[in-house]
Design a protein. Structure first.
Length: 124
């Protein structure tokens, strides 16, 4: 005696599962509710996190930055002095961001200093 499945070839025999589009509807509803909450509370939450948990705030800011930086102007055409100026500018931006996040958590002014963070090598 040969057993034949109750389903046609190519069908798994599993129940139909959730209705088509239900995941999309859930996602749309969630994003609509999240957007409404953001409009009402977003700025206050950012300020609170920056003040109470500057490490989380900085992590979120860093996650928003691109992982790969596209440079439209080739660096090979820059002189050593121009490269040093560019590196100094980037270092001051990074230091300002780190000091601002640390200052917000410690009740400081958040003003960036001229000293680079310890893990950023100096260029002379």
């Amino acid at each position: 005696m040969t057993l034949s499945p109750k389903w046609k070839p190519g069908q798994s025999g599993n129940p139909a599962g959730k209705p088509k589009g239900s995941r999309t509807k859930l996602s749309e509803a969630f994003l609509r509710d999240l957007h409404a909450d953001w409009l009402e509370n977003g700025v206050n939450v950012i300020e609170r996190v920056r003040g109470e948990k500057p490490d989380v705030y900085l992590r979120v800011v860093a996650s928003m930055l691109p992982q790969k930086l596209e440079i439209e102007r080739p660096l090979q055409g820059l002189s050593d002095n121009e490269l040093a100026d560019l590196i100094g500018h980037v270092r001051s931006l990074v230091a300002g961001t780190i000091h601002a996040a640390a200052g917000a958590g410690a009740g400081g002014s958040g003003e960036g200093g001229s000293e680079p963070p310890g893990d950023v090598p100096a260029v002379h």
